[in-house]
Design a protein around this ligand. Structure first.
Ligand code: 5AD
Ligand code: SF4
Length: 468
């Protein structure tokens, strides 16, 4: 009998890509993808632990889904991804209907884990408690041993995972705990995947990793430059043998034909001149960089253990802008980190004004169990976090509006991703990652059009297609 899977994703782009991989592996095993949980034999939530809010949403959803089991005791419910690794058997306690818990490093085991649950049930009857499985102990995902199968919605832009895990120790962040050790995917596999995507019509790829700038540190076979010092030594002694992220960008630019390449996320500590030069020289690499600063205050940056200061961060931006003046920049910022004073906060607003990001994602600090920051008192009151959050959103709107207005009257290249919200409209993106809305026929989807910008808002550019 054909079985069906429903998978819902929370969290980051990495999780979205992981979900595609899971669907790929399972469809290769004969599963069908269900469009609603009510019609599925297996329901998986691919979860996020980065803030408490994301976790509460997934817990709530799984609670609702548990009811389905009363009618269909044969249903399999699974929590996969970051929450699985972080909470482990506590999930079984809070959600007794859950059958399967598998962490990010165990995603490639899912076809086997599901088959094992099935077998146990056939042998011993349906009782959840006895057929439960938990897989959370791998130190990293075996990126070179992905089971067959892939699943991507047809489209214009695709995600490509290039590395997994995180070896940093930012004090607020749960990711090193949930995603495990850094591991890089062999370059040849990445090139092969991008070439296949380009051949099937994709026009843009976004290279994904928790910190793509440390690509090449460790490969599944044990090779790699090992760490920042190893990287520096190779740069001095045998630069031609150093396979790091800037080199990967050059390989992709040279050996694939995909017109646009983006990447995320970059940790500022590992973003160097060598990266900026590769970005400038590779035609396919878009003029866009997401460089999370988190705070503008040196005191807070130190408490976050970010490894850079406001000054060294600003220096890097200046270096980058010198090489690529039209670069579009975005960032992540946390407000209300423990001990953040009004003065620290002012440092953040002044940094935002100084850099003038095209876009910024603002988050309210959320203590994560087991992190170093969680040992400190979460002492910025909720209202103050909210106020600072609102203030930064308003500030960024003002800056985005100014940044966007520079495009008025100019012609940009917009890669059309799909229809716009209204009938007859198209939605596209510039190389700088600005959303563009224009009128045009659906047949333009997938094309890179020249668009004259007629009007800008804080969030979108509006324009019209230039006569060819
Ligand atoms: N609280 C709030 N925001 C967080 N982020 C990471 N951990 C936390 C936390 N504990 C934010 C950071 C990161 C983004 C993905 O989420 O800004 O860059
Ligand atoms: Fe969430 Fe971070 Fe895990 Fe992505 S890596 S799912 S943002 S906790």
């Amino acid at each position: 009998m054909m079985k069906s899977i429903f998978l819902q994703t929370y969290g980051c782009q990495m999780n979205e890509r992981d979900s595609e991989e899971v669907l790929g592996m399972l469809t290769a095993q004969g599963y069908e993808v269900a469009d609603a949980p009510e019609r599925a034999d297996v329901i998986l939530l691919n979860t996020c632990s980065v803030r408490e809010h994301a976790e509460e949403r997934a817990f709530g959803k799984m609670g609702e889904l548990s009811v389905l089991k009363r009618e269909r005791p044969g249903l399999v419910l699974g929590i996969i991804g970051c929450m699985a690794k972080l909470h482990q058997e506590r999930i079984f306690k809070r959600l007794p209907a859950v059958d399967l818990i598998a962490g990010p490093a165990e995603l490639y085991d899912l076809p086997y884990l599901l088959a094992e649950i099935q077998e146990k049930r056939q042998r011993d009857g349906l009782k959840t408690q006895d057929s439960r499985l938990m897989a959370v102990n791998r130190p990293f995902r075996p990126l070179d041993a992905k089971p067959n199968g892939d699943y991507r919605k047809p489209g214009v832009a695709a995600f490509v995972t290039i590395m997994e895990g995180c070896d940093k120790a930012c004090t607020y962040c749960i990711v090193p705990k949930t995603r495990g050790q850094e591991i890089s995917r062999p370059a040849e596999e990445i090139i092969r995947e991008i070439n296949a995507l380009a051949a099937s019509g994709y026009q843009e790829v976004t290279l994904l990793g928790q910190n793509v700038n440390s690509y090449g540190k460790r490969f599944p076979d044990g090779s790699g430059y090992k760490g920042p010092l190893g990287r520096l030594r190779l740069l001095e002694e045998q630069p031609e043998t150093l396979l790091d992220f800037p080199y990967l960008l050059r390989l992709i630019d040279r050996r694939t034909s995909v017109p646009r390449v983006r990447f995320t996320t970059s940790h500022p500590f590992d973003a160097h001149q060598r990266l900026f030069e590769a970005m400038r020289e590779c035609r396919s690499v878009c003029e866009w960089l997401h460089l999370p600063v988190q705070s503008g205050s040196n005191r807070i940056l130190r408490a976050m253990r970010r490894g850079y200061t406001r000054e060294t961060y600003l220096d890097k931006i200046a270096q980058l802008r010198k090489l690529i003046p039209e670069i579009s920049l975005s960032t992540d910022i946390i407000v209300g980190f423990p001990g953040e004073t009004e003065d620290d906060f002012r440092q953040t607003t002044s940094l935002m004004r100084e850099v003038e990001y095209d876009n910024a994602y603002i988050f309210k600090y959320s203590p994560r169990p087991g992190t170093d920051a969680a040992a400190r008192e979460d002492d910025v009151p909720r209202e103050v976090k909210e106020e600072r959050n609102q203030a930064l959103l308003a500030l960024q709107d003002e800056i985005s509006f100014t940044r966007h207005r520079r495009f008025e009257g100019r012609t940009v290249e917009a890669l059309i991703e799909g229809p716009g919200k209204r009938e007859g409209q198209l939605f596209g993106r510039t190389r700088g990652n600005h959303g563009v809305i224009l009128d045009g026929p659906a047949s333009s989807v997938g094309m890179a059009l020249s668009v004259r910008v007629t009007r800008a808002t804080a969030h979108t550019l509006f324009g019209e297609r230039c006569p060819a």
